[in-house]
Design a protein around this ligand. Structure first.
Ligand code: UDP
Ligand code: MG
Length: 320
């Protein structure tokens, strides 16, 4: 079995050397072969230069260098594309994650899990703009996706490479890998990991990340639950809204026709019209969504299911 450690790097010049040394020491102590995939996300400091030097000295190191800054999610996706290991470990390039946790994650994987996620139970970050939003986000993501983890934000994770094949990451979605993987039927576990304060360099994110995470959560939830049946979300909303509008309009028509109550001075009329229109729009959106879903799945030959394995049939055992 081969282990690939994927590390996104954006302006981390002071961290690269010490991180590399600490990590390779840990990797040496394992009885698996390994590689380190550094993805330089368009750094403007000396990061790339340092990575190049390391790569020349150590052939287990792969460096992927972006033309410009594409963001942490893109960097991780590139890491998955260039990794050759059977098992992937992701971690931050700022030394906040501790490479010494890797053996514990491996041990958990060997119990038969497909993905093991780190939980920074002693997280060393500021409370107001880091830990508090993260607490709320974790609760929210857990409730919405039904995959209960204490720490979605922890980059230190380990999983089989197969998992990355079925996942396309956009926006800030690297943190949703466990939720998406679980949607594909993977077995998920959580392990407490060490977390250290940032010693060098600065954090690349501000508080606005929280909002972006919430928007991505909406996307992930939609894709996980309704990507194959959009009409059932939009159509449902459309039916509710449309029938409510129709009912109000009907009552008002009866009142006008049989009881002589004038329509002109009743704001309720506006609501009825609005609801009917919204209903029609929701239903059409659902139908368009159905078309899109077919394009999405069929152009990519993407099945709407995931198979763990097939027994029998064409004389060989296929795995996912
Ligand atoms: N990072 C990246 N591209 C970016 C922003 C961040 O590759 O556009 C990397 C960064 O170098 C670090 C990791 O993502 O290795 C996490 O970033 P950071 O430590 O700033 O996030 P925080 O720990 O504050 O959540
Ligand atoms: Mg950090």
């Amino acid at each position: 079995m081969k282990l690939s450690v994927v590390i996104p790097i954006y302006n981390e010049e002071e961290n690269i050397r010490p991180l590399y040394e600490e990590l390779s020491e840990v990797l040496q102590s394992l009885d698996h072969t390994s590689e380190i995939v550094f993805v330089d996300d368009g750094s403007s400091d000396r990061s790339l230069e340092l990575l190049t030097t390391i790569q020349q000295q150590d052939e287990r190191v792969v460096v992927v260098s972006f033309r410009r800054n594409f963001g942490q999610t893109a960097a991780m996706a590139a890491g998955f594309d260039y990794a050759t290991g059977d098992v992937i470990v992701t971690m931050d390039g700022d030394m906040q994650n501790d490479p010494h946790d890797i053996p514990a994650l491996l041990a958990k994987m060997e119990e038969g899990y497909d993905l093991v996620s780190g939980w920074r139970f002693n997280r060393q970050d500021a409370f107001i703009n880091r830990k508090l939003p993260s607490m709320i986000a974790n609760k929210l993501i857990s409730t919405v996706t039904g995959v209960h983890l204490h720490d979605y934000g922890c980059t230190l994770k380990m999983f089989h490479r197969e998992i990355t094949k079925g996942i396309r990451l956009y926006g800030e979605m690297h943190r949703f890998i466990p939720a998406i993987a679980s949607g594909m039927g993977s077995r998920i576990a959580e392990v407490k990991v060490n977390h250290r304060p940032r010693r060098f360099g600065t954090s690349k994110y501000g508080i606005s990340r929280t909002l972006r995470v919430i928007l991505d959560l909406m996307t992930v939830k939609f894709l996980l639950s309704y990507a194959t049946r959009p009409i059932q979300v939009f159509g449902m909303l459309g039916i509710i809204s449309g029938s409510l509008g129709f009912f109000i309009a009907l009552v008002m028509t009866i009142q006008r026709q049989f009881f002589g109550i004038p329509l002109g001075n009743r704001p309720l009329l506006l609501l009825a019209v609005l609801l009917i229109f919204m209903g029609m729009q929701f239903v059409s959106m659902g139908l368009l969504g159905e078309l899109q879903a077919r394009t999405y799945f069929e152009t990519q030959n993407k099945p709407i299911y995931t198979v763990r394995r097939v027994l029998g049939g064409q004389d060989k055992e296929k795995t996912e």
